[in-house]
Write a protein that binds this ligand. Sequence first.
Ligand code: ZN
Length: 219
Amino acid sequence: MKKEKAVVVFSGGQDSTTCLFWAMQQFEEVVAVTFDYNQRHIAEIECAKNITNELGIEHHILDMSLLNQLAPNALTRKDIEVKDGENGELPSTFVPGRNLLFMSFAGVLASQVGAKHIVTGVCETDFSGYPDCRDIFIKSLNVTLNLSMDQQFVIHTPLMWLNKAETWQLADQLNALDFVREKTLTCYNGIIADGCGECPSCVLRKRGLDQYLSSRKEL
Ligand code: ZN
């Protein structure tokens, strides 16, 4: 696949940055796309810009503020608390239709820039329960995108079956562990690198990193 082109759905977080490095290894040409939907923290967009600048990757930022207009949620509004879902409910960070829209627009961009491949860091293993992160949804959308544009897109999900420790391991295999650790933003409180250490996202990230680093020591 080395000669082909890919669009990476890119937020500047741990997962999508790992995917960006993965794509740079797999494809000759890589383009990143970031969706601006009035995230709580403008720092996310800045972080994504800095990373693509540093890596010399063409970066598209698409305005998706309509998503917030339709479905205000804990990622865009300060007055909605970030919390895990209880009693089988989805977490307050779930945005209905988000990946459906993002992946569809990524498909449109891929068609515009002549990319056959679309890469996303969605993952079924992190137990967030987001229905639009499941493998079956991505496979279904792949078919739909191809039918809608008469294209042969291939959606790649390198993290689909990895847990957080394995995602750190993948970053390490791509010689990007320190880069991902120091330059990405996953914290719900908008703090780069190791983050606030307290929000659900930081707890998940740190647990995975500790687990990976201790397994590496044992080898
Ligand atoms: Zn945090």
